[in-house]
Design a protein around this ligand. Structure first.
Ligand code: NDP
Length: 292
């Protein structure tokens, strides 16, 4: 056998783009690795790199105590593990899902005799196995499992443990991705505004990047206001002023022939909060409107 290593072994279910990147990182670090994928052909290149290929998911699970799962969605996790004996296993689910799905999957795994840790991967495949990329994984669920396998889990990417509640990794993952979605919407609108003008996209890009970075302290300012409960504390740009500014954003969109549909959900919320008499706040109060 080619595995002459003192690194702990593990099993990985799922060899899509992310699973394959994870597999390569563990193999490169010398971890004995058993892999399984529904479409068996995807395992062949990894076998050549030293992975042991199991014929079934149940066989792959039987090979190791630590079982990492990285499949398309929660339903595919249930399907793939349906016939596996999870007694005494440490199951780490890196499949993206909702907090409720993670909590239900934790109960499901525990009922079958396993410890369970959920993960939310904050990286794309090229960042896996590249420590300087800044990629990491949110983990939540069994702290004992996390501690027992930390060295192995930390091999493909950084680790950030966010609590015993198995839903918290997904909650943090989705919170960050949701914020990113808003940022993508803003960037999309900005490029639409300059399209057709003599402004090369390549010139706008660094300006956008620098501006967005300059605005990032806003997140911790909001956290301070949420913590104190005083949404007017330290406000430098208040809602009354911002709503005025929004009118200019929307008029400019009209002038440029750009649909305002990415802006209006947010500007409408700001107007509602202002109309309720909160012109001296910033946008922190919008969170109250979203969570009635
Ligand atoms: P891919 O689409 O490349 O791979 C999906 C994997 O799921 C394949 O191994 C596929 O098997 C398997 N699969 C799908 N349905 C089933 C099923 N019913 N039973 C068994 N296996 C099934 O996805 P990725 O590898 O990119 O992503 C995997 C997970 O990682 C996802 O939850 C994704 O959200 C998450 N992730 C991915 C990132 C990325 O940038 N790629 C970033 C962060 C998280 P088969 O080969 O047979 O189709």
């Amino acid at each position: 056998m080619e595995h002459s290593t003192d690194k702990p072994g593990l099993t990985l279910l799922g060899l899509g783009d992310m699973g394959t990147a994870l597999a390569r990182a563990w193999l490169a670090a010398g971890h004995p690795l058993t892999v399984w994928n529904r479409t068996s052909g995807k395992a062949a290149p990894l076998a050549a790199e030293g992975a042991r290929v199991a014929r079934t998911a149940a066989e792959a699970v039987a090979a190791s105590t630590l079982v990492v799962v990285c499949l398309l969605d929660d339903a595919s996790v249930g399907e793939a593990l349906a016939d596996a004996d999870l007694t005494g296993k440490d199951v780490v689910n890196l499949t993206t899902g909702t907090p409720a799905e993670a909590r239900a999957r934790a109960k499901w795994a525990q009922a079958r005799g396993a410890r369970f840790l959920d993960g939310g991967i904050m990286a794309v495949p090229p960042m896996i196995g590249v420590p300087e990329s800044g990629g990491y994984v949110f983990y939540s669920g069994s702290r004992a499992l996390f501690d027992a396998h930390h060295g192995t889990l930390a091999t493909p990417a950084g680790t950030t443990y966010v609590g015993e509640d198995p839903g918290f990794a997904a909650l943090h993952d989705v919170a960050l991705l949701s914020a990113m979605t808003g940022m993508f919407a803003g960037v999309t609108h900005a490029f639409a505004l300059v399209r057709g003008e003599d402004v090369p996209p390549k010139d706008l890009a660094p300006l956008l990047t620098a501006w967005l970075v300059a605005m990032t302290p806003y997140a911790s300012e909001i956290a301070d206001r949420l913590t104190s409960g005083d949404y007017t504390e330290g406000v430098t740009s208040n809602l009354a002023m911002m709503v005025q500014g929004n009118a200019t954003l929307l008029r400019t969109a009209r002038e440029q022939g750009v649909s305002p549909e990415l802006l209006t959900p947010f500007t409408t919320l700001m107007e509602r909060r202002l109309a309720a008499g909160h012109g001296d706040e910033d946008t922190t109060g919008l969170i109250d409107l979203l969570t009635p």
